[in-house]
Ligand binder design. Sequence first.
Ligand code: AP5
Length: 214
Amino acid sequence: MISGAPASGKGTQCAYIVEKYGLLHISTGDLLRAEVAAGTENGLKAKKYMTKGQLVPDDIVIQMVKDRLEEADSQGKGWLLDGFPRSSSQADALKALGIKPDVFIVLDVPEEVLIERVVGRRLDPLTGKIYHLKYAPPESEDIASRLTQRIDDTEDKAKVRLQSYAMNVGALSSIYADVMQKVDGNRPKLLVFEEIDRVLTDLQDKYERGLTAG
Ligand code: AP5
């Protein structure tokens, strides 16, 4: 599992993790945005909360994750859960499914940095790649011309998202204390990945030596 405040770099690090470890990336933010784009009933309901920067109600999110975990491509491969669980009730729902994370990575980034990252973030709708106008600028004019901005990527909405993160982080940290790995996310993204990579490699070694329960 990967967790952290809005714009702490979860999506950016997930791309590196997936490339190296071949895990299935399940991001509740991405799943919800896909529902909104498809205009489904859940998407229409979720949009009301997402545009205000608020958490989408548990009944929608938990069912959506359960459905995703039951799809054919979710079987036989490890998962990388991004942005879920986000509250103790969501953690309880996972526990009820018998799912316990091997590791709970928390990206730690100061609030003033997060706001700058939120407002400068841009997305490539064609490739799904995440950019930042200052820290990860697009490689060409062609890409720059098609970049989009998320509707919740304004300073005001980011503050609401940060508040909701702050309200829940304590509960999640204690639920997953035994598997939590805090990573300083306020460094260049490849340095952040080096540390995550070390954590995952150690975990893989432990599995191979039969030292974990999983
Ligand atoms: P979600 O999409 O999960 O948003 P979030 O948690 O706010 O996280 P972000 O996607 O904003 O940021 P990120 O950490 O992935 O950072 P990124 O890598 O893009 O959720 C959106 C909404 O959906 C929620 O507000 C809620 O309404 C709903 N939702 C989702 N899950 C839910 C749940 N479980 N329950 C209820 N509701 C839910 O990086 C950000 C920027 O910084 C980029 O521009 C990037 O290029 C740049 N950057 C990244 N790393 C670095 C670095 N090391 N140095 C400099 N710049 C960097």
